[in-house]
Design a protein around this ligand. Structure first.
Ligand code: PLP
Length: 375
């Protein structure tokens, strides 16, 4: 059997990693400023993370959601405390798309309605409702097109007001900082307007924090830069530092009932151990503050590079916009400079999504390499 060929691959085979350092099968070292697509939050193979998972593996990897699992309870408690979202409940699943699928489904159950508002350049995943709310027709199959989604431009107050007043929407879903789309953000005024209008119209506000959450923006959640309270918050990527885990935080105003949501693997013991380890490291090593401070340092350095025309994002979720398409630059950064960076739907944008414990000297190395690659 061969692999179903859906990924264009760089010719690099990583076999070992520590912190932001990654080694390939030939022993060549690379620096990871991409975090495996914003997944690596506390650094590759962090010793506390490895220990926690190994210890759990020796005890028990999995049991179903039909028995007590104190690890899930401990995780919900710690997540509530660290994120400041104590008035939410946690439902665990396995990925970002699944988190958004459950968020949209719950919004529909809760309101009895089915239409969704999403935004231009959004990315919410590849499952049925999540992909329908993703602004990319090429990844929507005919079966996904049954879902009714209205796409609006970010920060267009008039279009939003018109839409939400005129139709029967169950949910508004948005990324507080767009990831795949290219680091565009709703303004604080727009976010607050959406939150107010959602309340007035019995529409569920879903903040997709799959990529921007877990400290990446310099606050636990990126919506917290805007003083709003979403009804549902979806999480994944940084939550498990590479262990496949996701979830939704559901405002306490939603009433659960047995069987409303469910999953076989979601919230399994290993996933909880990995997720607890991530929260413990985020707290012990002050990584959210580090993300905020190093993000500012990164932006100062970026401002010194004349080829960079625009700097987008917050904390360690940053996009550097050039006036040329960056595919060749990104390839040069990997092949010649041995540094991983990310791309976006915006072809002019290079994405910087490192682990949250990088240092100033790591950032200095990045800019030295970038300058060489730009020559
Ligand atoms: C904002 C956002 N939501 C959802 C997803 C989907 O997550 P997953 O690939 O884990 O299904 C992604 C993935 O890139 C994302 O960036």
């Amino acid at each position: 059997m061969k692999l179903f060929d859906v990924y264009p691959l760089y010719d690099v085979t990583p076999v070992k990693a520590k912190g932001i350092e990654v080694w390939d099968d030939k022993g060549e070292k690379y620096l990871d400023f991409y975090g495996g697509h914003a997944v690596i939050s506390i650094g590759h193979t962090h010793p506390h993370y490895v220990k926690r998972i190994k210890e759990q593996l020796d005890k028990m990897a999995f049991y179903s959601n039909s028995v007590q699992n104190p690890l899930q309870t401990a995780l919900a408690e710690k997540l509530g405390t660290l994120s400041g979202c104590e008035n939410y409940d946690l439902f665990m699943c396995n990925s970002g798309a699944e988190a958004n699928e459950n968020a949209l489904k719950l919004a529909s159950f809760h309101t009895g309605k089915s239409k969704v508002i999403a935004f231009t350049n959004s990315f919410h995943g590849r499952t049925s409702a999540a992909v329908a709310a993703t602004d990319n027709p090429s990844i929507n199959a005919p079966i996904n097109k049954q879902q009714e989604v209205t796409f609006l431009a970010l920060n267009d107050f008039d279009a939003f007001e018109k839409a939400i007043n005129s139709d029967d929407y169950c949910a508004v879903i948005l990324e507080a900082i767009q990831g795949v789309g290219g680091l565009d953000e709703p303004s604080t005024e727009f976010f607050q307007f959406i939150a107010k209008k959602c309340k007035e119209n019995n529409v569920v506000l879903i903040a997709d924090e799959v990529q921007s959450g877990y400290g990446r923006s310099g606050k636990f959640f990126a919506f917290q830069h805007h003083g709003i309270e979403p009804d549902i918050i979806s999480i994944a990527k940084g939550m498990g530092n590479g262990f496949p885990v996701g979830g939704i935080l559901i405002h306490e105003s939603f009433k659960p009932s047995y069987g409303l949501l469910g999953t076989t693997f979601g919230g399994n013991h290993l996933a909880c151990a990995a997720s607890l380890a991530v929260l413990e490291v985020l707290e012990d090593e002050n990584l959210i503050t580090n993300a905020a401070e190093l993000g500012s340092y990164f932006k100062e350095k970026a401002e010194e590079v004349p080829e960079i025309k625009n700097i987008k994002g917050k904390g360690l979720m940053i996009g550097l916009e050039f006036d040329f398409e960056v595919a060749a630059l990104r390839k040069k950064m990997i092949v010649e400079q041995h540094m991983f960076t990310g791309s976006a739907k915006n072809k002019y944008l290079l994405r910087f999504l490192p682990a949250l414990n990088i240092t100033k000297s790591d950032i200095d190395l990045f800019f030295e390499a970038l300058k060489k690659a730009l020559k």
